[in-house]
Design a protein around this ligand. Structure first.
Ligand SMILES: *Cc1c(COP(=O)(O)O)cnc(C)c1O
Length: 427
């Protein structure tokens, strides 16, 4: 594969953009490669600056559930564009999008639009703290909620209950109210709640973890959190930025039948444009300014173009209900991967749910962050390169989920399965 143009662009980019990219995951650093500069995308395919074609399983990290440059979404965008790009005043589209999300997601009664998932996470914590009058929050090791100071805590094994910032520039005092629990381990949450009785505002979780590789919740785990939060007056927040409209039209909460008090969204609800949103119970959302005292604002929030792309995407999803079909695609791929791994004698764990899937090179099932870290990252790196060379574009990290879209054809999936088989055989 020729990547001369991408290499040139990358060295130019590094002169003026830190690390040459505007978001670290794009840099291909963890697989020790040059990132590919993309010039266009259509359906299930990405095209890079050297003219290489790839079957794309990143989908812009989640939003592109209808595939790239979907005709109807583009048409809606063109139509909207001609009327002006931003007014700083309310528009009907914002109501329609809020109505659609409330109708789709069982627990959401009111919604506020922002510009990214990170912004939604930042805002929802403020609202939860404002509403409960408590400061502390519980998050889970390995769950990602955007590049938000108090949530940028991973906490190694020795520091389970102590917030240790993940990045320079986050003062220790900013994360002193952040407590870390273990995914799929209700006891770890109960322990934190007991040690901090009446001080915890919220538990925030990715109901289907997608940012440490894909790890679904075990049976009873989410319901256990719901019951615990109810007993203790703690708000349960589902971060459905990735899982929302991805594992099911109503998100993970519809799929598992566990309703949080608050949810955050992004990715799919912006149809490929910058969007985030937070919402939930009406009595809580009425705390948000100007209805209530908790301040939150944004110049471009509810931007007409982003709203148009989101609306158009959700309308198509609602009409076509592609989730059974997406689920068939991801489980077919997982099955193929699994059987290829078995015949190659490579230990592999796979997961699939709706339009989302993932795998770990691991002997044992992966239930939490520690298990994920124990998977064979070096094998992943070799594997990733082979797949890329065969025209399959995966997320350049062993700790990411993968996505299929309605645009992925049977032929795309078969080609991917064949490439997988071959990649496992390469030394
Ligand atoms: C992507 C993501 C975010 C952050 O959203 P941005 O739009 O990148 O700020 C937050 N939470 C989860 C679960 C995500 O997958």
């Amino acid at each position: 594969m020729q990547i001369t143009q991408s290499k040139q662009l990358f060295s130019r980019a590094q002169q003026r953009i830190p690390g040459g990219v505007n978001s670290p995951v794009r840099a291909f650093k963890s697989v020790n490669m040059t990132p590919l500069f993309i010039t266009r995308a259509q359906g299930s395919k990405l095209y890079d600056a050297d003219g290489n074609e790839f079957i794309d399983f990143v989908g812009s990290w989640g939003p592109m559930i209808l595939g790239h440059a979907h005709t109807e979404v583009i048409r809606k965008l063109e139509e909207t564009l001609l009327k002006g790009t931003s007014f700083g005043a309310p528009t009907e589209g914002e109501i329609l999008l809020a109505e659609m999300v409330c109708e789709a997601v069982p627990s959401v009664e009111m919604l506020r639009l922002v510009n990214s998932g990170s912004e939604a996470a930042m805002a929802v914590l403020r609202v939860a703290r404002g509403y409960t009058g408590r400061d502390k929050i519980i998050k889970f090791e390995g769950c990602y909620h955007g590049s938000v100071d108090p949530l940028l805590v991973q906490a190694g094994s020795g520091a389970m209950t102590l917030g240790i910032p993940d990045s320079p520039g986050v003062p220790a005092s900013f994360v002193e109210h952040t407590l870390q629990a273990k995914f799929n381990d209700l006891d770890s949450v109960i322990k934190l709640v007991e040690e901090n009785s009446s001080k915890i505002a919220a538990v925030i979780i990715e109901p289907v973890a997608g940012n440490m590789g894909m790890i679904p919740p075990e049976h009873g785990f989410l319901q256990g959190l719901r019951d615990l939060c109810d007993r203790e007056g703690i708000l349960l927040i589902f971060d459905e930025v990735m899982s929302g409209f991805r594992v099911d039209y109503g998100g993970a909460q519809a799929l598992f039948g566990v309703l949080p008090d608050m949810s955050i969204f992004g990715k799919i609800i912006g149809g490929g444009l910058p969007v985030g949103a937070y919402g939930g119970r009406q009595d809580i959302m009425l705390q948000v300014a100007p209805a209530g005292p908790v301040y939150q604002a944004g110049t471009l929030s509810g931007n007409p173009l982003a709203v148009a792309a989101g609306l158009s995407t959700l309308e198509i999803l609602r009409k076509e209900n592609p989730y059974p079909e997406l689920g068939q695609k991801t489980s077919w791929l997982s099955g193929e991967f699994q059987s290829a791994a078995e015949s190659a004698g490579v230990p592999l764990q796979t997961q699939a749910m709706g339009g989302m899937f993932g795998f770990f090179f691991s002997e044992t099932p992966v239930r939490n962050y520690q298990d994920a870290l124990n998977s064979d990252v070096e094998r992943f790196t070799r594997f990733f390169r082979s797949m890329l060379n065969q025209g399959i574009y995966l997320a350049p990290s062993a700790f990411e989920s993968l996505f299929v879209s309605t645009a992925h054809s049977e032929k795309d999936l078969e080609r991917t399965a064949r490439a997988f088989r071959k990649a496992l055989q390469e030394k």
